[in-house]
Design a protein around this ligand. Structure first.
Ligand SMILES: [Zn+2]
Ligand SMILES: [Zn+2]
Length: 149
């Protein structure tokens, strides 16, 4: 078998812990069994194991996005307006205007009225360019303020 990423044939069957980062937070997905490539470090997983890893990532997304999910739950959205979420594959994306919070070094700030697509299943937020820029600026300013001596 060849590595589908780098075409090396140095694949080794192994069980390892997988580090996973999402939105500045990290977790470890324990004991992932697959064919690990010793050339590029990537891993080829069988369907069941791949599903388990995706599921663990999804659970972690929900944990990181808990504040947004809570906010979405408190609103009543018409489920016929839902569309497909590219991040988790669920039919849970809804267009909304919500405050977005950002936590840095234990301090949380909130930016009001951010228009975007919010996933009620995994909490993913998809912003258009102007809202994305606005949120990016807000995060940068906030971090700068916290880092100020
Ligand atoms: Zn490889
Ligand atoms: Zn989603």
């Amino acid at each position: 078998m060849k590595c589908p990423y780098c075409r090396s044939t140095n694949l080794v069957r192994d069980t390892r812990n997988m580090d996973y980062d999402y939105d500045g937070e990290s977790t470890v997905i324990k004991a992932v069994t697959g064919d690990y490539c010793s050339a590029c470090g990537d891993v080829v997983l069988e369907d069941a194991e791949s599903a388990r890893v995706i599921d663990a990532m999804h659970t972690f997304h929900r944990k990181v996005n808990a504040p947004i999910l809570k906010l979405l739950e408190s609103h009543k959205y018409d489920s016929s307006a839902y569309s497909l979420c590219g991040a988790c594959g669920a039919n849970g994306l809804v267009h909304a205007v919500l405050p977005l919070s950002y936590t840095y070094k234990g301090v949380t700030a909130e930016l009001p009225d951010v228009e975007g697509d919010y996933c009620t299943s995994c909490g993913e937020v998809i912003l258009d360019k102007s809202n994305g820029d606005r949120y990016g600026l807000f995060v940068r300013d906030f971090r700068r303020r916290i880092d100020m001596p």
